[in-house]
Write a protein that binds this ligand. Structure first.
Ligand code: SF4
Ligand code: SF4
Length: 179
């Protein structure tokens, strides 16, 4: 599964890099926001940063790997707990092209809840111990289930308790993009 994940990742990233100049068109369609077209240069530049972060964090390969039984077993050994503080780290190290910040410095997602967002794993973050480690999440923690009182937690501790409460971008925005 690991090799397959790497192959799929390299292939997809290669396609995304090759089509980078056209990415504003796709992003405008995905977000339903023509700003990505109007700001063609900065959008392309931000998309390049997103792709670089995707590669660094092995986003695609880890997603493919998560379907493997071994990974599932390893992940099941850890209990994730905490509450999101909207720092934005897990949004590709704050480089996601859809990320922005509100006036209080809280992360916002430009496509939150739409058809494309629902195909991503963002809403369930952090799913694994690695998710927390890779993005240096300051608010969630992973504990070995064996060390928890009562062992395996109740079914109430499902993904819904950890979904990032990201809010959709509103009319009043703060610039999200980093140089
Ligand atoms: S889940 Fe963690 S890394 Fe992601 S925005 Fe919340 S606090 Fe930051
Ligand atoms: S939650 Fe939104 S802003 Fe964050 S990584 Fe996912 S798509 Fe990007």
């Amino acid at each position: 599964m690991q090799v397959l994940g790497r192959v799929i990742e390299w292939t997809l990233l290669a396609v995304l890099w090759l089509t980078l100049p056209l990415s504003p068109v796709a992003l405008a369609i995905i977000a339903g926001d023509s700003r990505y077209l109007r700001e063609w240069f900065s959008t392309t530049r931000q998309m390049a940063l997103s792709l670089r972060s995707m590669a660094r964090a092995s986003v695609i390969a880890r997603r493919v790997g998560s379907y493997g039984k071994r990974t599932a077993r390893e992940n099941a050994a850890w209990q994730i707990s905490g509450e999101c503080s909207h720092c934005g780290n897990c949004c590709l190290d704050r480089s996601c092209v859809f990320l922005s910040y509100d006036g209080n410095g809280h992360s916002r997602c430009g496509i939150y809840g739409n058809w494309f967002f629902r195909r991503l794993t963002c809403g369930g973050y952090p799913i694994t111990r690695d998710d927390i480690r890779i993005y240096d999440c300051p608010s969630f923690h992973a504990s070995p289930r064996d060390s928890l009182h009562g062992g395996v937690p109740s079914s109430g501790a499902g993904l819904t308790g950890r979904v990032i409460p990201i809010v959709a971008r509103s009319a009043v925005e703060q610039p999200a993009r980093r140089s």
